[in-house]
Design a protein around this ligand. Structure first.
Ligand code: HEC
Length: 357
């Protein structure tokens, strides 16, 4: 068991190299030897081997980690929260390839960097057998040996005129291993927390009120109640319904299917007043009498030959009447919110396909 630490101080490189040769002859291995100096001499100056750095496992490990992260972002999250945009695949190939490239590059660089630090035994967390003379330019040869060999090593130091020899118990110098494990464990743990906290916030596992106002926004899905009325200034996506009092859209051709659609829509929106076949005899028509201020009643529409643009305008604006004292009242409500321009043309085709009875 190695239980003594010796430090001999020498004033030049050649002597130090000779000392190391002689100490080696005593059966001391390179692992027990350490050269301390204030100038970073290459190890080969002292006949020591430069420890070869092994990067590829770190680079390779980093690349695999990067690929996993890219896989998570490009395959797993879009599957968990699917948003289909423009008929695209959830994981389209070109951007996915870019993500993989980026993450693999980034993480292999990170791996190489961490590997470099690890292999250089960063950070030094233990006390080294330091002597202030080293700062003044002396070179220290530190040897860790069993007590039985100590005298021989000291003999070598003295033979080469060591400026000073320090000896201490090796048990004073704990190995770095455990401390390193703690250090890198703490770094990894800290990194994990730094990565997890934003995720927890964005998935609202940790709700921060100022981050996301989305949950306070009223969202009304398509045909989900309550339907909100369009704002006053809103223009339908087909464009304005009426331009200068005329339909803003082209009539639809009176095909069989258009008339069939029109029939169904007419039953839905108009028949309650105008009657199933537009004879002016719907269930509500009984109410539209002169007594209630409707001298005309509900007019028949079938066989009248009204131009499409006329019907279109009435459906859009409705009909407003006036009482004798001039107050306005609704005779036929505007159905602009209920019937789209296309549907209106279907209804018109249906009306024009009917004959008066
Ligand atoms: C709530 C009852 C009611 C509904 C629903 C209704 N109308 Fe009317 N409509 C009337 C009344 C009442 C008049 C007569 C207005 C007047 O006296 O000027 C009328 C007038 C009309 C006129 C003018 C007729 C003319 O002789 O000048 C047309 C065209 C018309 N409606 C089409 C429609 C169409 C198409 C629908 C369905 C999309 C519809 N209406 C839905 C009550 C209704």
């Amino acid at each position: 068991m190695a239980d003594l630490m010796l430090l001999g101080l020498f004033d030049n490189v050649e002597t130090t190299a000779d000392v190391i040769d002689d100490v080696r002859d005593l059966g001391v291995s390179d692992a027990q030897l350490e050269v301390l100096s204030n100038i970073p001499y290459p190890a080969k100056f002292f006949g020591l081997k430069t420890p070869g750095l092994m990067f590829w496992p770190f680079v390779f490990g980093g690349a695999i980690l990067g690929a996993l992260v890219a896989y998570f972002i490009t395959f797993i999250t879009p599957d968990l929260y699917p948003i289909h945009v423009g008929g695209q695949e959830l994981t389209p190939v070109p951007p996915t390839a870019i993500m993989f490239f980026e993450f693999i590059s980034l993480f292999s660089m990170l791996g190489a960097f961490i590997g470099f630090l690890l292999q250089n035994r960063f950070p030094i967390l233990v006390r080294e057998m330091y002597d202030e003379l080293i700062t003044d330019g002396y070179i220290g040869v530190q040897v860790q040996i069993e007590e039985s060999v100590a005298e021989q090593v000291i003999g070598v130091f003295e033979k080469h005129h060591a400026h000073k020899i320090n000896r201490e118990l090796a048990s004073e110098f704990k190995p770095q291993g455990i401390r390193h494990l703690f250090f890198w464990g703490a770094v990894a743990g800290g990194g994990l927390v730094v990565m997890l906290v934003p995720l927890l916030v964005s998935y609202e596992k940790i709700p921060l009120p100022w981050i996301n106002k989305m949950n306070q926004t009223v969202v009304v899905g398509y045909q989900e109640g309550p339907r909100l009325a369009a704002p006053e200034e809103a223009v339908p996506f087909q464009g304005p319904r009426l331009i200068a009092g005329q339909p803003g859209t082209e009539p639809l051709e009176a095909t069989e299917s258009s008339i069939a659609r029109g029939a169904a829509l007419f039953q839905l929106h108009c028949a309650i007043c105008h009657g199933e076949t537009a004879q002016g005899d719907g269930p509500l028509s009984g109410y539209y009498t002169a007594d209630h201020g409707f001298p005309v009643g509900v007019p028949a529409l079938a066989g009248k030959g009204y131009p499409g643009s006329y019907i279109f305008e009435v459906v859009t604006n409705g009909r407003v009447g006036q009482t004798d004292d001039g107050t306005e009242f609704i005779k036929m409500p505007s159905l602009v919110e209920n019937v789209s321009p296309g549907d209106t043309w279907d209804i018109i085709n249906y009306i024009n396909s009917l004959d008066a009875e």
